[in-house]
Design a protein around this ligand. Structure first.
Ligand code: PLP
Ligand code: CA
Length: 304
């Protein structure tokens, strides 16, 4: 059986929502920034929430940077956010491996960019692969056999702008997962599209994950939104109850589901990829508790 949620309500009284939770989890792209541009009113809004004693946490599915690199991005945008408050899907991959005591003498093969490599290194894992690993030209002579490392115990797949065929097959990707049923297949996220520029939608991390899924015929374990891993991880780390959390995001199938899967309150902002028309379309079945234009509405939406 399933329950249908009531249609999302426009946020009318921000103080009531703010007073009803102790933690806000903010998605990043579309909520805090758009690409490299800060969204209007964000610094003042975060300051107000901190002044009220709210815990602020930032979660992004974009695995290309480490939390340290995101720390720099927040700083560049003039936002006072600590690395420890940032949970990127790159970090989630390393945190997941730690949570299952992935052996330090095994290796992780990475299809993805720098953020994942940095987080694995920080967590003390041995890794191979990364953006530069894809051979563009391999001569397929008769008898050619691609070698692979039998110490690879996990393949982590994230957004990779250097992705190519040889990464799918090469040494540890398909070879590792297919040849070793115990090898883990971990995806940082499976976003179908992303917004590298505001002019169009670009293929997202889900395209790389789908390629590996297609060749291995296995389902990945997803650590980013909307999976519950990061929510459980941070609720546990900060000792917070999920009913005391409001998840704020611009995407229905990642952010709002992430909040709802965790049993949190949810707020959709229209400053990113979802329009009011999409939210209210009969084709959409994901209804947040509330929606509003942007988080700085918190500063003006007071009870009448
Ligand atoms: N993945 C990639 C590669 C991206 O560029 C983005 C957004 O810029 C995302 C995922 C989604 O990020 P977020 O979860 O912060 O909206
Ligand atoms: Ca987003």
């Amino acid at each position: 059986s399933f329950t249908t949620r009531a249609a999302a309500q426009p946020l009318k009284n921000a103080d009531e929502l703010i007073d009803s939770v102790e933690t806000f989890i903010f998605d990043c792209d579309g909520v805090i920034w758009k690409g490299d541009k800060l969204i209007e009113g964000v610094p003042e809004t975060l300051d107000m929430l901190r002044a009220k004693g709210k815990r602020l946490v930032f979660v992004t599915n974009n695995s290309t940077k480490s939390r340290k690199q995101y720390g720099k991005k927040f700083e560049t945008l003039g936002l006072d956010v600590n690395e420890e408050e940032i949970f990127a899907s790159s970090f989630a991959a390393a945190a997941y491996l730690q949570s299952i005591d992935f052996p330090k003498d095994k290796k992780v093969y990475v299809i993805g960019e720098d953020g994942i490599l940095k987080e694995l290194e920080l967590a003390g894992f041995q890794y191979l692969g990364g953006p530069q690993d894809g051979d563009k030209k391999i001569e397929l002579k008769p008898g050619f056999l691609m070698e692979h490392d039998h110490d690879v115990g996990a393949v982590v797949v994230g957004f990779d702008r250097y992705f190519n065929y040889y990464k799918i097959h090469k040494r540890y990707g398909t070879l590792c997962i297919r040849e070793n049923p115990g090898c883990l297949f971990i995806a940082t996220n499976r976003d179908a599209v992303t917004h590298l520029t505001d002019a169009q939608e670009w293929a997202g991390g889900g395209s790389m994950v789908g390629a590996l899924g297609g060749s291995t015929q296995r389902e990945p374990l997803v650590v980013g939104k909307p999976s519950t891993f990061m929510m459980d991880y941070l609720a546990n780390k900060f000792g917070i109850s999920k009913s005391q959390i409001c998840m704020v995001g611009d995407r229905l199938d990642t952010d709002i589901l992430f909040g709802q899967n965790g049993g949190c309150k949810t707020l959709l902002v229209l400053s990113g990829v979802t329009s009011l028309e999409t939210l209210q379309s009969p084709n959409n079945s994901i209804q947040p508790d509330f929606y509003t234009n942007k988080i700085s509405d918190f500063l003006s939406l007071k009870a009448a």
